[in-house]
Design a protein around this ligand. Structure first.
Ligand code: SF4
Ligand code: SF4
Length: 359
């Protein structure tokens, strides 16, 4: 039976992190890394300061790399690709580049993509790093997500698709359920061997980029990223989230696990600020909403983004990332054409000034 190990930890102190990761590894099926090339993928959605809880905390990345070398890893490579990446990504503010360098690991450029993957009938480029690595380790952040309700060890594998090449994929999967199926396809291609979630300082509210940090005080690990994400959703107080429900439909039992340390059921946070479920239709688990959305008919009650003009600094990021070309600058103000908007919330995710709200 798959195991998920969850332990309490109150800070990012180096010694406490090393002890917590060793405890988690001992209580789960940690992969054999001896002499192998190991890819660690933190969540670096944008190069933000660790206190904002947008990225995996660098201290967790540092401790995991130290443990990989302690267990005999031959080489450790690390990387991620934010949605707006155009040039080489060198995440300084987040502290990720610094810890990678300090530990003797190597930061790899996820723009390098030598293989196109056939996923759900789509041709999708993915970072060459997954082909180089013998072992893939996800080091995610415990966060809410406007489209997917939560992002943990599976959703952020979308970062394996280089930079802006992610954006048009939203046009091919317009509902949370169809997008979840696409993400599961990408996740399956990545062959993740082990997943850790940094839930020490988590994010609640308008995640994954504009929510509020919240101390949760947990570190979680498992050989199954899906089982780990199910535990995360339960702690957040969701009955399910699209990634988990779609995974369970496709592979019944894939999120089942035993919990040798703490049980997520006992850790559920009643007042965690979750993403409200605005969807009304009973057809939401079928393909029909996705098809209707392609001809501009929305069959669910999900909200459209709203632009806060007083906060907008005209950086153009929302315009550049919008896959539906639904945003433009008119007389110095951002304007959204709702009939074009597919409510992917990429604009909300990429706005660096919290000038976009989704109610
Ligand atoms: S991303 Fe935010 S700040 Fe930049 S133009 Fe759009 S709304 Fe304005
Ligand atoms: S306006 Fe925002 S939510 Fe709508 S399609 Fe564009 S990026 Fe997605």
């Amino acid at each position: 039976m798959t195991r998920c190990a969850i332990t309490k930890i109150d800070s990012y102190d180096e010694d406490k992190l090393l002890s917590a990761i060793r405890l988690i590894a001992e209580n789960t099926a940690f992969p054999d890394v001896k002499g192998k090339i190991v890819l660690v993928k933190p969540n670096v959605l944008s190069d933000s300061y660790p206190e904002k809880a947008i990225t995996t905390h660098p201290a967790v990345v540092k401790a995991m790399i130290a443990i990989l070398f302690e267990r005999g890893a031959g080489k450790v490579i690390a990387g991620d690709s934010p949605g707006m990446q155009t040039g080489r990504f060198n995440p300084q503010a987040s502290g990720i580049a610094k810890v990678v360098e300090e530990t003797g690991a190597v930061l790899v450029d996820f723009r390098e993509s030598t293989r196109i993957h056939d996923i759900n009938g789509l041709k999708i480029p993915m970072a060459t790093a997954i082909d180089i690595a013998d072992v893939v380790i996800s080091i995610a952040k415990f966060k809410t997500h406007q489209l997917m309700s939560a992002t943990g060890a599976v959703k952020y594998m979308f970062g394996l698709v280089p930079g802006l090449q992610k954006s048009p994929l939203h046009l091919r999967a317009r509902t949370p359920e169809s997008f979840a199926r696409l993400i599961l396809g990408i996740f399956n291609e990545a062959h993740v061997d082990y997943a850790l979630i940094d839930a020490i300082t988590a994010m609640e509210g308008a995640g994954p980029a504009n929510g509020q940090p919240r101390h949760v005080g947990l570190l979680m690990g498992s050989e199954s990223a899906l089982a780990l994400d199910k535990a995360e959703a339960e702690i957040m107080g969701y009955s399910t989230v699209p990634i988990i429900s779609e995974a369970e439909k496709a592979m019944p039992g894939c999120t089942d696990a035993e919990y040798p340390l703490l049980n997520p059921h006992d850790l559920a946070i009643k007042d965690y600020k979750r993403i409200p479920d605005g969807r009304k239709t009973t057809l939401r688990t079928l393909f029909i909403p996705n098809l209707l959305s392609r001809i501009g008919i929305q069959t669910d009650g999900r909200a459209y983004p709203e632009f806060l003009h007083d906060k907008c600094r005209h950086c153009m990021k929302c315009i550049n990332v919008c896959p539906a070309k639904a945003i433009e600058m008119r007389r110095g103000k951002v304007h959204i054409a709702k009939r074009k908007c597919i409510r992917c919330y990429c604009c909300h995710e990429m706005c660096p000034f919290d000038a976009i709200k989704v109610k």
